[in-house]
Write a protein that binds this ligand. Structure first.
Ligand SMILES: *Cc1c(COP(=O)(O)O)cnc(C)c1O
Length: 497
């Protein structure tokens, strides 16, 4: 065989010239730093038009292309068409900004390409360290267990499976057939859709997720909870769990944890908390009494990519009883057996506490940014967001044509523009149009919801870049757009008569 042929056999993905790739890498870092530094001066959002969408309908690439060209493609066709959640005036759904430091940490994690699923490697200890810090943040005991997962949806599912299996130790072997009755759990009507989806995945069906009424502040009505439990017991159903919200997605309501805890105790139910973003208020002393009973939960799910501003993705599940966590997930065949020496030694497998085996090094960005900033900085930022939400609510209350639509208990403000002379459906239409114009003009990005049928603009502040002036601007712009729209309608009505 000729010499060239040997060379051809030994291909790899490494660059032909490392120095060139190094230059591109340095340029990427500079470009992204510039991008993040100037984000405030750019539109919150810009729509990917037809020509952009067409860029991603191409056949599988067969030929090589210089990395630089691919990077140019990214800069032209991907980067400008972001969702906007790094922007100081992005308040849609509940989303975090990430950070430049987090971005660099992600690069390091990708460079190491750690599989934090197995083995005696530093990444496994970092992963465990971060979970321990999360326990400390939530007031969970050191001997509880936990896992870093993709997000709160997965974290909730992880915990609810533990709750389901804790109710019967034969369930892993025999499945739901071990029960003669229907398994049921409870959650308020304001609960996030991922809880219902978890119920569906777990085989209890959406009907197995009982919807408990809420009061005027959108908090769980615990009298109704108890009624439903009693009803189920009479019907021969098997209640196993109650899910409490700390921060509902619509309005940020906190369910009455203490009452729910005692009801769970009385009926021997697993007490789970979905605290996707709200649980982070545990870091803010003003909420101490309201969240006093959070640590009484058997399990909690929350996100680090929302109100801890970590780059996507990072969610956390904590389970008070580590043995129940293992009972639900641990399964170690020979090829995963733990050794006392060598590469297969090290900490207990994360797969004992969840479904995933191969896992990325999500922990690194958390570890690095927490060390850099310190937890007190996060407490201050979270408190700042709460104050900003209250500030926005106060601006709205002071403004004639604006109306706050729900109590502002933490960082979410639901409101609408109401000129005072429109019927309900026209008012909905008007507010939807205001929202779309805010977004399409790149001014700000609130989202929306319906409260008691009424369409509202919804501002969820989990944004470390927002400043007070951003909320002044929001109010000004809502008024400007609202007025321009209603003046149009008004004059149209006059001229058409
Ligand atoms: C965002 C959210 C979820 C889902 O979390 P993901 O990280 O998007 O999976 C669940 N519950 C609440 C209350 C949320 O706000």
């Amino acid at each position: 065989m000729k010499r060239e042929n040997y060379r051809a056999l030994d291909e790899s993905l490494d660059p032909p010239r490392w120095d060139e790739l190094e230059d591109i890498g340095a340029e990427m870092v500079r470009d992204m730093m510039q991008f993040l530094q100037t984000i405030r001066e750019t539109p919150v959002w810009r729509q990917p038009d037809e020509s952009i969408r067409r860029q991603f309908e191409k056949p599988l690439p067969r030929e090589a292309q210089p990395f630089r060209e691919v990077y140019e493609d990214f800069k032209k066709h991907i980067l400008p068409y972001h969702l906007g959640n790094m922007h100081p005036r992005f308040w849609s759904w509940v989303m975090g900004n990430g950070s430049a430091q987090g971005m660099l940490a992600e690069m390091l994690a990708a460079g190491m390409n750690s599989n934090v699923g197995v083995g005696d490697q530093a990444a496994m200890y970092v992963d465990r360290q971060v979970i321990d810090w999360c326990k400390e943040m939530m007031g969970f005991p050191g001997e509880s267990s936990g896992s870093l997962v993709s997000g709160a949806s997965t974290a909730n599912l992880n915990a609810l499976v533990v709750a389901r299996n804790a109710a019967n130790r034969y369930i892993r072997q025999c499945g739901l057939q071990v029960y003669s009755g229907k398994l049921v759990m409870y959650a308020s009507t304001e609960t996030h859709s991922c809880i219902q989806k978890a119920g569906e995945i777990m085989g209890i069906g959406s009907e197995g997720v009982r919807k408990v009424n809420v009061n005027a502040a959108y908090e769980m009505d615990t009298a109704h909870l108890e009624e439903l439990i009693k009803e189920d017991l009479v019907l021969g159903n098997i209640p196993f769990c109650v899910v409490a919200n700390v921060g509902t997605v619509n309005t940020g309501a906190i369910d009455p944890l203490e009452e729910i805890f005692f009801i769970a105790l009385k009926y021997r139910l697993w007490f789970h908390i979905d605290g996707a973003f709200g649980a982070l208020l545990k870091l803010v002393p003003e909420y101490a009494s309201k969240l006093r009973c959070l640590e009484l939960a058997d399990s909690i799910a929350f996100d680090l990519h929302k109100w801890m501003y970590m780059p996507y993705e990072a969610g956390v599940v904590l389970i008070k009883d580590a043995q129940e966590h293992r009972n639900a997930y641990a399964l170690q065949p020979d090829y995963l057996a733990h050794h006392s020496r060598g590469i297969a030694a090290g900490p207990e497998l994360p797969s004992n506490f969840g479904f995933e085996l191969s896992r990325g090094f999500k922990a690194l960005k958390v570890w690095m940014t927490l060390k850099e900033q310190g937890i007190d900085k996060y407490s201050r930022l979270i408190r700042q967001n709460v104050h900003q939400a209250k500030y926005l609510a106060s601006l709205i209350r002071k403004t004639d044509r604006l109306e706050v639509m729900a109590p502002v208990s933490m960082n979410i403000v639901c409101f609408r523009y109401d000129p005072g002379w429109l019927n309900a459906s026209a008012l909905d239409e008007l507010n939807r149009e205001i929202l779309l114009q805010l977004q399409e003009q790149g001014i700000a990005a609130p989202s929306y919801t319906r409260l008691k049928e009424a369409y509202c603009l919804r501002v969820a502040v989990t944004n470390h870049r927002s400043r007070r002036e951003d909320f002044d601007l929001l109010v000004r712009e809502v008024l400007r757009i609202g007025e321009s729209l209603t003046e149009g309608v008004f004059s149209q009505e006059i001229t058409s008569h």
